[in-house]
Design a protein around this ligand. Structure first.
Ligand code: PBG
Ligand code: ZN
Length: 326
């Protein structure tokens, strides 16, 4: 591989050469679109820190899903933003809760698009933590029942897959056991297996009104400097029955994506989180970057790092640009 015998530029000289030797490709099949559901009717409330993203009541949300389905996006990921919160997050497992209603509304009109539901308590608890709180700490095992109950109620509403994002130890097993006991043996679990305590979730917490009211999530989400721990977290979730594993956030953790890809033969999702989206949108609005090119380069980088599935707020835009032959 010595110059002048080898000239890398030979197979880079035009688009057809580049297409022929391209190693990674992004497809609409890879995308999952997150959506925020609120109670009420006719509501489409913009999330200030996430331009293009809204809090949507079930009727409006169905129109957003229609758009996604029309673009052939295979799945949406639902989050609920309830108007009432309490210490046990009862809204999370209420049969008529916001996510449960939204799932039914989507399934009634668009039964084919996959509806994935985020399973967590932080949007529903008045303290904003992902589990039950006692004495200023978040309880692990006592939270299992509530998470399992939440997953089960999502399943009963017609969800196609549940995605626990709480980071309690052992919750995948608890959810799997409960789903199986109730006959949902075929309902897959996409586990937030490697989820870091990240500052990149800021805009999401505005969208979902889920910022912790005291302390932070560092005692249950992973410490950002750690990598080998990601192997243990993932192995654990797979042992407990996770069907799809995940690394979150994406951009600052692409080394972890590659590590997990090379270590486990399971479908791997990455979550291109709210803060990553907000940064791109803000710079694009200022005219400082070329948004479509930056978004496609970013999402392609996630695939190149080893992701099979990309959960991203850019999904409809990316799907459109892919369709246009980007
Ligand atoms: C809830 C949850 C969060 C996100 C997904 N599920 C926030 C958090 O853990 O604080 C973040 C998503 C994003 O930032 O886009 N546990
Ligand atoms: Zn949570």
């Amino acid at each position: 591989m010595r110059f002048p015998l080898y000239r890398p530029r030979r197979i880079r000289q035009n688009e057809n050469f580049r297409r022929m030797v391209r190693e990674t490709s992004l497809s609409v099949n890879d995308l999952v679109y997150p959506i925020f559901a609120v109670t009420g009717k006719g509501i489409k409330k913009p999330v200030d820190s996430m331009p293009g993203i809204y809090n949507l009541s079930a009727d409006m949300l169905v129109r957003e899903v229609e758009k996604a389905a029309g673009l052939r996006i295979p799945a949406v990921l639902l989050f609920g933003v309830p108007d009432k919160k309490d210490s046990a997050g009862t809204g999370a497992y209420d049969e008529n809760g916001i996510v449960q209603q939204a799932v039914r509304a989507i399934k009634a009109e668009f039964p084919e698009i996959l509806v994935i539901t985020d399973v967590c308590l932080c949007e529903y608890t008045d303290h904003g933590h992902c589990g039950l709180v006692e004495g200023g700490g978040v309880l692990n095992d006592p939270t299992f029942d509530l998470l399992a109950e939440t997953a089960l109620s999502h399943a009963r509403s017609g969800a196609d897959m549940v995605a626990p994002s709480d980071m309690m130890d052992g919750r995948v097993a608890a959810i799997r056991k409960r789903l199986d006991a109730e006959g949902y043996t075929n309902l897959p679990i996409m586990s937030y297996s490697v989820k870091y305590a990240s500052a990149y979730y800021g805009p999401f917490r505005e969208a979902a009104g889920s910022a912790p009211q005291f302390g932070d999530r560092r005692a249950y989400q992973m410490d950002p400097p750690n990598a080998t721990e990601a192997l243990r977290e993932t192995a654990m979730d797979i042992d407990e029955g996770a069907d799809i594993i995940m690394v979150k956030p994406a951009l600052a953790y692409l080394d972890i994506v590659r590590l997990i890809r090379d270590s486990f033969d399971y479908p791997l999702a990455v979550y291109n989180v709210s803060g990553e989206y907000a940064m791109v949108k803000a710079a694009a609005q200022k005219g400082w970057i070329d948004e479509p090119r930056v978004v496609m380069e970013t999402l392609t980088g996630m695939k190149r790092a080893g992701a099979d599935i990309i959960i991203t707020y850019h999904a409809p835009d990316a799907a459109r640009w892919l369709k246009e032959g980007f």
